[in-house]
Design a protein around this ligand. Structure first.
Ligand SMILES: Cc1ncc(COP(=O)(O)O)c(C=O)c1O
Length: 396
């Protein structure tokens, strides 16, 4: 077979850090080990029944067998606008301020392709969701990292970013509640972000993938809830996490008209729109009584409590996450993130994500997903306890 050389764009893509982990997990499972996999961000519970039913019904409607209209069906965009009004008090024009997407992963790439020229600079969180970097690399742009430190609640401290960096930055990616750190933002932080973006002419992309998943009764703020946010940015909202719909591939971006128009233009070239039946089901998901979403958040909160209490019980002094379905824990002294994650994998058959896969400042941490039952989380903690590492109280 003749080998064809990859394009420069593909060669620029960073390594898919977590693809390798999946292989090792599979090997252990195939060897008959009972692996508790808390390493990924794939929701473990099924999509709510009424959403599945809406898809089934919609799949029978021949209108959905055709190409759906460019930019999607107006009823879905209207449902998005209604959702934002109800949830966040934000007014959106469904025709100009909403773009429908086949998941936010592709949306994040699209934003970079839409707004960055070769050589431009994007601000990217460290640690952070790795795909921001991939989109920036595909656009042949550069990135500067915004450090996220525990002592600042894993929010970037804008005062420490040099003016020269802020002045050259064209785009900024933010994500709260945050993957991987589980840090959360306040509306005041977003107010400051708007002011900074205006001052330095930076376009803000707020990835709100875990927007609904906040704990201890605290509702997580939308970036668009800050005055002037629509002047400087967009928010991306996926149904993957909040609605257990990761496999369905449906998300939307809302906010700045000119950016939404550009995203829609790119999408008109890439694909017409989402499968109509998915648009109907997604409309069912975000409309009407959303108490089932709170029930899901309550499940994650109970799991969080079980995991944190069980780990503290074995002598690991961990911090409870405030949002997302992740927990970001400091590894015990004497281990790197990779060494510790490998130890848990090989000796306890518990999979966690090595924090350094999320950037250099992820070193020293591992990420647990709250994506198995309370019983399994308790068992994971017990197995880790049996390794005997935490016999002595940890001093950080
Ligand atoms: C922070 C963050 N953004 C975006 C995504 C992508 O979500 P999707 O493509 O399923 O909408 C994920 C998924 O893990 C994520 O954690």
């Amino acid at each position: 077979m003749q080998m064809f050389e990859q394009s420069y764009a593909i060669k620029r893509l960073p390594d898919q850090f977590f693809a390798k982990l999946g292989k090792r997990v599979q090997e252990l499972a195939e060897a008959g080990h009972d692996v508790i996999n808390l390493g990924q961000g794939n929701p473990d519970l099924p999509t709510a029944d009424h959403i599945v039913k809406a898809l089934q019904k919609a799949a029978e409607n021949p209108i959905n067998h055709k190409y759906s209209p460019f930019q999607g069906f107006p009823y879905f965009r209207q449902a998005v606008a209604d959702f934002y009004k109800r949830e966040y008090g934000v007014d959106l024009n469904p025709d100009e301020e909403v773009a429908l997407m086949i998941g936010s992963k592709i949306g994040l790439f699209e934003v970079s392709l839409c707004l960055l020229n070769p050589g431009d600079t994007a601000l990217v969180p460290n640690p952070g969701y790795p795909d921001y970097l991939s989109g920036v690399a595909l656009a042949n742009a550069k990135h500067e990292f915004m450090p996220l430190h525990a002592e600042n609640g894993f929010l970037p401290d804008y005062d420490t970013i040099p003016d020269a960096v802020l002045d050259k930055a064209k785009l900024m990616f933010l994500n709260y509640p945050n993957n991987p750190t589980a840090g959360v933002a306040t509306q005041e932080f977003f107010d400051d972000t708007v002011a900074l973006a205006k001052k330095h002419n930076i376009f803000v992309v707020h990835d709100f993938a875990y927007g609904a998943i906040g704990y201890d009764g605290v509702k997580q703020p939308s970036f668009l809830g800050s005055a002037g946010a629509k002047d400087v940015g967009i928010e991306m909202y996926t149904l993957s996490k909040t609605y257990n719909m990761a496999g369905w591939r449906v998300a939307f971006a809302v906010g700045n008209k000119s950016a939404i128009k550009t995203i829609n233009l790119l999408q008109d070239h890439l694909f017409t729109s989402l499968f109509g039946a998915i648009q109907e089901a997604a409309t069912a998901a975000i409309s009407g009584d959303l108490s089932y979403v709170q029930e899901l958040v309550d499940i994650y909160e109970r799991r969080r409590n079980v995991l944190v209490e069980s780990l503290r019980g074995i002598g690991w002094e961990v911090e409870a996450p405030k949002g997302t379905f992740f927990a970001w824990f400091k590894v015990p002294e004497g281990y790197t993130s990779k060494e510790f994650a490998d130890l848990l994998l090989e000796k306890a058959h518990v999979v966690v994500a090595d924090g350094s896969g999320f950037g250099s400042l992820g070193e020293g941490y591992v990420r647990f997903g709250l994506l198995d039952s309370e019983e399994r989380l308790r068992e994971a903690a017990e197995r880790i306890g049996n390794l005997g590492i935490f016999a002595k109280k940890q001093i950080y």
